[in-house]
Write a protein that binds this ligand. Structure first.
Ligand code: NDP
Ligand code: MG
Length: 390
């Protein structure tokens, strides 16, 4: 099977490379896409010998060009990413760019009928309806790679059974149990130190604020056609139960395993088959011993409540939530905002936004651009959404 990886140099992208390299007789990388990590891409080209690569940054692409063998064609720019996806014979496209920027190529892959392995949750939050529609038109299918959604997908079965609730598990992040006073002065380095998962910086900060779970609630809403009030979040620090489905009779089905993204990544590539994941550690229940669960602290970590609010309003509101959060995380990582400012910024930008329907891609792009401008202009101190996370 041929595989194309969007976001190849990232955490998910490199783990996808591990999965492909473990099954050289059955999986082959045809194309790789990243932004500007020349060293990372050069190493992947050497390892996987793809037919083509695209770096969306033109200078970086020029530097890569002189470092790859003649068998690999190097292109530059997002328009070339889209063209490559459109020209590519049927493949599995792994959508693992970080953030809203992945929307264009994800939609292109869906329209073309490629099988879509979706890690890039921000695109689903901002444009879930459009992506679903594009998958339907293209005649391909979408398989979740986010570990929680992979778990739910597995527990739902195919065709998906009617369910009563989807229950998404959360590790709680590095600051589980902290109060706002303690969170007021945390540095980026502490927020980047996730207790379980090694992920890209954006996703890691989202895990610390719990916005990651908020985004995952909205992602689940679109992936599984689930009303928001039938999607719950529970904190489970051991990260062994990857999520659950509750059925009408009260029975719950869960998927368990050691936390290792290569398992859900590979499953999205091979489904309905299950192959070995040679590198991944196996779960020994007695060695884990105890599994614990607790309610999230929504007052201290308003990410889930904010996402629910945006999802309930609908239309452009989730686009705005996502865009404001992306900018807030960038500003926090750049040292321009404090940790608690992240959710305050998102709350304020969301509160100031008048939601409108989003029927076309242009509507989404416009709402995203407006929210980014508002988020860049935001400064701590004023605002109405502040700590009214209801
Ligand atoms: P990383 O930050 O590690 O990697 C991001 C990737 O996207 C890099 O390859 C980067 O390229 C590429 N990229 C960023 N901007 C552009 C652009 N403008 N054009 C082309 N490529 C671009 O992120 P992760 O791998 O952690 O996450 C990727 C996605 O998967 C996110 O949406 C995240 O929420 C989701 N996810 C991640 C999980 C994880 O365990 N990591 C778990 C579940 C979901 P470059 O290196 O050149 O900048
Ligand atoms: Mg997840």
């Amino acid at each position: 099977m041929n595989v194309v990886v969007l976001g190849a140099t990232g955490s998910i992208g490199r783990q996808t490379a591990d999965v492909v390299a473990a099954h050289p007789d059955r999986l082959r990388v045809r194309g790789l896409v990243a932004h500007r990590d020349v060293d990372g891409m050069a190493a992947l080209v050497e390892r996987l010998a793809p037919a083509w690569v695209v770096l969306t940054d033109r200078d970086a692409a020029a530097r890569l060009q002189v470092r790859v063998p003649a068998g690999t064609v190097v292109d530059a720019g997002m328009d070339r990413v889209i063209a490559r996806i459109q020209d590519e014979p049927p493949a599995t496209v792994v959508a693992a760019m970080s953030g809203f920027v992945g929307l264009g190529p994800t939609l292109a892959a869906a329209e073309r009928g490629h099988r879509l392995g979706l890690a890039n949750k921000e695109t689903m939050v901002a444009a879930g309806g459009l992506i679903r529609e594009a998958v339907r038109r293209g005649g391909g299918r979408l398989l979740p790679m986010d570990s929680e959604h992979s778990a739910i997908f597995q527990a739902l079965g195919e065709p998906a059974r009617p369910f009563r609730r989807l229950i998404i598990t959360a590790t709680g992040g590095p600051f589980r149990g902290w109060d706002r006073a303690r969170l007021a002065h945390v540095e980026a380095a502490a927020a980047l130190n996730h207790p379980v998962w090694r992920m890209g910086r954006k996703n890691t900060i989202d895990s610390a604020t719990l916005m990651n779970k908020g985004l995952e609630v909205l992602e689940a809403h679109w992936l599984f056609d689930a009303p928001l009030d039938q999607i719950d979040v529970v904190v489970h620090p051991e990260a062994v139960v990857h999520s659950l489905v509750e059925y009408p009779d009260g029975a719950m089905l869960a998927q368990l395993g050691m936390p290792d993204m290569r398992v859900p990544i590979q499953l999205a590539l091979t489904w309905p088959e299950r192959w070995e994941v040679p590198q991944a550690p196996r779960l020994t229940l007695a060695a884990v011993g105890r599994l614990t669960f607790e309610e999230p602290d929504h007052d201290v970590f308003p990410g889930v409540a904010l996402a629910r609010r945006a999802g309930t309003v609908g239309g452009s509101a989730p686009v705005v939530l996502n865009a404001a959060n992306e900018v807030a995380v960038e500003r926090f990582l750049a040292g321009a905002l404090r940790f608690l400012d992240i959710s305050d910024l998102v709350a304020d930008v969301l509160a100031a936004h008048t939601a409108a329907p989003v029927e076309r891609l242009d509507d989404i792009l416009a709402a995203d651009a407006d929210a980014r401008a508002a988020a860049r202009a935001w400064s701590p101190g004023g605002g109405e959404g502040r700590r009214r996370h209801g």
